[in-house]
Design a binder for this molecule. Structure first.
Ligand SMILES: N[C@@H](CCC(=O)N[C@@H](CS)C(=O)NCC(=O)O)C(=O)O
Length: 190
């Protein structure tokens, strides 16, 4: 089993943390460098990471990879509650990644224009909503959704996309989980 991804992607990191001691190969690539793009071209028509090669199958998208592996490993229950948690985390993650890539492309993401206003509104709303969910104990267990939330929070902090101080429950959640073995070994700052 091979997991392809970068050391910085929050979508990749969530799977690496969840897989913990599992026996698999992590194929690290920098998708913004020429060599990494070549590697990516060879395995992903969508040119996105993560992707998993499992025998003859290639599986795209972190959530589909998780569903598939969770089915095989019978690790945890995923009901409507967990699916909704994952959807909200993914919506926030996507919005943050979009703004990050636009900023990296020299676009002024603070401008008063429909697309940017919608993204900012979505992000602010989702962060307040996730803050409330954490405060009411939604992420008390270290399961896949909690790992995804951790990776989102740590990535927006690492990329300076958001001030975690403005959402104290989210900051406390992030800080409380930083000493875990696989959180440390997958830290993009290392
Ligand atoms: N829905 C996808 C999102 C994956 C994704 O957006 N990955 C980013 C890296 S963080 C990527 O590959 N971006 C490349 C690009 O946008 O060109 C998943 O959950 O796997």
């Amino acid at each position: 089993m091979k997991l392809y991804g970068s050391a910085t992607s929050p979508y990749v990191r969530r799977l690496r943390i969840w897989l913990e001691h599992a026996d698999y190969e992590f194929v690290a690539m920098d998708i913004f460098l020429p060599e990494g793009r070549k590697q990516l071209e060879a395995v992903s028509p969508a040119r996105k990471i993560p992707l998993l090669q499992l025998g003859k199958d290639t599986i795209y998208d972190s959530r589909v990879i998780f569903y598939h592996l969770n089915d095989r490993l019978q690790r945890e229950t995923v009901g409507v509650r967990e699916d909704n948690q994952l959807t909200l985390i993914d919506e926030a993650n996507t919005a943050f990644v979009q703004l990050f890539l636009l900023k990296k492309s020299g676009v002024d993401v603070d401008q008063d224009a429909l697309y940017f206003n919608l993204q900012r509104e979505r992000i602010n709303n989702l962060m307040m909503h996730l803050e409330g969910m954490v405060s009411s104990g939604h992420f008390d267990n270290w399961n896949y959704p909690a790992i995804c939330l951790y990776c989102l929070l740590d990535w927006i902090d690492f990329r300076e996309q958001f001030q975690l101080e403005s959402t104290p429950a989210l900051k406390t959640f992030r800080d409380a989980n930083t000493e875990r073995e696989y959180v440390i070994s997958t830290d993009p700052r290392r």
